[in-house]
Design a protein around this ligand. Structure first.
Ligand code: LLP
Length: 449
């Protein structure tokens, strides 16, 4: 059965509904002693066994989210955006669930292919692909390469072997502003991605690709932004793309067989927040595509979508241990053993999270506190104005839900703290997917004196 991804619609019978756990994975169960289990595994026990901070990933939640997409878009290519989070197991799960993979470096690509991901189901992106990115993609035989600049066209054509043709798509700027933060709005003219329709660079690039015998232009791509909670901008994007496809047919006599509308599907980070309704998106995008193409008598292109965050974000929970509690005038700072090195999102985008005390039951009154990290700057705030029991103390465990996307994939080596491990939970068992980064790992790279 396919389940809606819209977590605020958790039914009242769901044990998560009464306990403020609506944005947590579906398998989440609160225990009477204040602990919480995910995938049948106690988070407090996971923290004791694997240490903290630890990222816990609910395998069934990831798989279920993949299936929801496959069910909503049965005729489309659903391609997981690996930048949200990638490890070997993740690549394996999404492949088993029938998704393709969007990568944007030789590193992501090689990890996926050496794990057995079929290269023909991989799409390579990047506004500035390095020679190594392009060489690796051509050598490993990726399905499609999304060209993002005019200069890339000849560079790519030059490395495709004589007897073969590389399928490419062109990333165009539809001129649409959408997305949860200025830093993730990619559909407008004033940012680095894509080729503008307005100034004619997209049309120029189409002609250049069509003029390269070793490149096969299979379609257009656009990605308007990230953390988008409304269907509307996608509809506008589909319209613009159909418009450009019509002009390409007029100018070049070719009908492009594919259309990729990127990802960007928004999720709720805190109870009560909105998320993008994937079923509604599917219904309206497909209707727009069919009706729009019928109007101009274009063959309906095969659709590709590239969700990242909505596949893996809500499947992850990060567990930290409290290291200190400091009360200064009007503020209480609860400091944990991770921070902006494993989750830079609050510092970068001002995103708000809902941490929760786990592992013990507290009857103390809630008090608004600021949860901060352990890094050496004042901006290392993980969550502000969070209600936590006022007896919160060092040694307590705090769990942050919706931690699966763009935390570890954007993690840094700041202060040489080391990146946390990733533990998969499923059917009551926990296993390490990615081990903790040790001091030894870090010092091994440092070979000069
Ligand atoms: N396709 C393309 C070409 C993209 O650039 C992206 C994301 C996606 C798909 C997937 O978007 P998603 O469904 O995950 O929103 N670091 C930011 C998000 C950056 C998104 C970059 N591109 C954050 O933490 O919110």
């Amino acid at each position: 059965m396919s389940v809606s991804l819209t977590s605020p619609l958790v039914p009242a019978s769901d044990p998560r509904a009464t306990d403020g756990l609506t944005v947590w994975p579906r398998s989440t169960r609160p225990d009477r002693d204040g602990d919480v289990s995910v995938g049948g595994v106690s988070l407090a026990e996971t923290a004791a066994r694997f240490g903290t901070p630890v990222y816990v990933l609910d395998e069934d939640e990831v798989r279920e989210r993949c299936r929801t997409y496959r069910t909503a878009f049965p005729e489309a290519d659903v391609v997981y955006a690996a930048k949200a989070f990638l490890c070997r197991a993740m690549a394996h799960w999404v492949q088993e669930e029938g998704l393709g993979l969007d990568v944007c470096s030789a590193g992501e690509l090689t990890l996926a292919v050496t794990t057995g991901f079929p290269p023909e189901k991989i799409i390579l992106h990047g506004n500035a692909k390095s020679p190594e990115d392009l060489d690796t993609a051509v050598r490993l035989g990726v399905g499609r390469i999304v060209v993002d600049s005019t200069s890339e066209i000849a560079r790519l054509a030059a490395i495709v072997p004589h007897d073969s043709r590389q399928q490419v798509m062109l990333r165009v700027v539809p001129g649409i502003a959408a997305g949860g933060h200025a830093k993730v709005r990619t559909g407008t003219e004033d940012q680095k991605f894509g080729l503008s329709i307005t100034d004619g660079s997209a049309q120029h690039a189409v002609a250049r690709v069509l003029g390269q015998p070793r490149l096969e232009l299979v379609g257009l791509h656009c990605h308007i932004g990230s953390q988008i909670t409304s269907v509307k901008p996608y509809i506008a994007a589909v319209r613009r793309m159909i418009g450009l496809m019509t002009r390409i047919r007029e100018q070049h006599g070719v009908e492009l067989p594919q259309l990729n509308i990127g990802g960007g599907h928004g999720i709720a980070y805190r109870p009560g927040e909105e998320s993008l309704d994937v079923q509604a998106l599917a219904g309206r995008v497909l209707t727009e595509l069919h009706d729009g193409c019928a109007k101009v008598k274009l063959a309906v292109p095969r659709l590709t979508i590239e969700p990242g965050r909505a596949v893996v974000g809500p499947a992850g929970v990060c567990v930290y241990r409290v290291l200190s509690v400091k009360r200064t005038g009007s503020h209480t700072f609860v400091a944990v053993d991770g921070g902006m090195s494993d989750n830079p999102r609050p510092a970068l985008y001002g995103v708000r999270y809902a941490p929760r005390l786990i592992g013990r039951h507290s009857t103390a009154e809630p008090r608004l506190v600021t949860v901060v990290g352990r890094h050496c700057e004042a901006g290392d705030v993980l969550a502000d104005e969070v209600p936590l029991p006022e007896d919160v103390h060092p040694g307590d465990l705090l769990a942050v839900p919706v931690a699966g996307a763009y935390h570890l994939s954007m993690a840094s080596g700041y202060n040489l703290v080391g990146r946390p491990p990733v533990v998969a939970v499923k059917d009551g068992a926990a296993r390490t997917l990615v081990r903790r980064e040790s001091l030894d790992d870090m010092s091994r790279r440092d070979i000069g004196l």
